[in-house]
Design a protein around this ligand. Structure first.
Ligand code: FE2
Ligand code: FE2
Length: 372
């Protein structure tokens, strides 16, 4: 991999397939580099002072000339630190998917089952993983460049890995082996109702206590075929796991799509605003992509998969003849916004602090985390 002082170059300035092979190591390597530079700067007694973009982020010819100067406010630092923590969690989720199902992923049957949702799934998984790693690395490097503490969640990487072929046996921040996927986002973006007005929308079906990655090779052999529709119990099991992942991808990203607007409202420094707007836009882009792919798990010819072990069923949502379920209605339906006296508007929702802000991101079902 090309060496570069820019954190954003962690994975983006090289062949994506090379980058994915060792993304964890790459981040660790760059992270250590960032910390070393920080220690060096502290040694010079200037860590608390304003640092130029080139000092930390590299001498890029296209570096912006309108860098903010001076220390950030406590509030802006808190916004960036929260975003960094969310991105580290997001990256942990995506790294697990990428090891097994990315374009360099190590589990052929899982990749085949994911590909039944879209032939490009493996590439999209790899690219989404790259994006999250870059978000986390950039936010932490930016905090350091402003003399602030970065976020380090390594002490919490204690959850077990999958034992399936392709997964690294390392500690994780998140558990994809048994998870609930709140599907209210599916209905929310097809409805004219907005949770910011106190409306509680339910998803079209329930995914509870299900694996989103194969657990081991005994119930999901890594080299089995994955026909559409699946014909054996083991093929059905693997397809159900891939379908759960397909819905979880959209779930993760709609959480980010709501979080960033709530953070943006509170930022004061123009550069912090720019960072939050720019990263938040990519979260929305991710959500739009995965929203489309998830629908293929509940549309013909794949609809109807049943997990033989858990009974989880992926229905044919188009058979319901409802605009709240129709799979190709992936663009946000105009909904209530700001005031019921104003016309409906096609927007991200929720974006109120109560429903989509930092606290909600940790505890409400449609959040990135949603585990408390
Ligand atoms: Fe992200
Ligand atoms: Fe994302």
């Amino acid at each position: 991999m090309k060496e570069n002082n820019s954190p954003s170059a962690v994975v983006s300035e090289t062949n994506p397939s090379e980058a994915n092979q060792s993304s964890t190591e790459d981040v660790q390597h760059h992270w250590q580099g960032v910390v070393k530079r920080r220690s060096f700067l502290k040694g010079l007694g200037i860590a608390g002072a304003t640092l130029s973009a080139s000092a930390i982020l590299g001498n890029r010819a296209d570096a912006e000339t309108t860098r903010s100067t001076g220390k950030l406010s406590k509030g802006d630092v808190a916004l960036l630190r929260f975003a960094a923590a969310a991105e580290l969690i997001e990256a942990d989720l995506w790294q697990q998917y990428n090891e097994l199902g990315g374009v360099q992923g190590g589990n052929p049957a899982y990749i085949a089952a994911l590909s039944n949702l879209d032939g490009d799934m493996a590439q999209y998984i790899a690219d989404n993983t790259d994006d999250e790693l870059s978000h986390a690395a950039f936010l932490n490097a930016y905090l350091i460049s402003k003399g602030e503490e970065p976020v380090d969640l390594d002490a919490f990487r204690t959850l077990p890995s999958s034992q399936a072929t392709g997964a690294k046996d390392i500690g994780r921040l998140t558990n994809l082996l048994k998870l609930n996927v709140d599907l209210s986002w599916y209905t929310r973006y097809r409805s004219t109702k907005n949770p910011d007005f106190g409306v509680n929308l339910k998803g079209p079906f329930t995914i509870k206590d299900q694996p989103a990655i194969p657990l081991n090779d005994s119930d999901t052999p890594p080299n089995q075929g994955q026909p559409v529709p699946p014909t054996t119990p083991q093929e059905s099991r693997m397809q159900a796991i891939a379908n759960t992942a397909g819905f979880h991808f959209a779930f993760i990203e709609q959480g980010g799509a709501s979080l960033y607007p709530t953070l943006i409202f509170k930022a004061t420094d123009p550069e912090v605003l720019r960072i939050l707007v720019s990263i938040g836009g990519v979260e929305i882009d991710h959500f739009g992509l995965w929203h489309d792919k998830a629908g293929n798990a509940v549309a013909q010819p794949l609809a109807g998969v049943v997990d033989p072990e858990t009974g989880l069923t992926f229905p044919d949502l188009n058979a319901l003849n409802s605009e709240l379920d129709q799979t190709n209605l992936i663009l946000p339906e105009p909904c209530e916004f700001i005031s019921k006296n104003l016309p409906d508007c096609s927007v991200i929702r929720p974006t109120s602090t109560k429903e989509g802000g930092a606290v909600a991101t940790i505890i409400v079902p449609w959040s990135i985390v949603g585990v408390l």
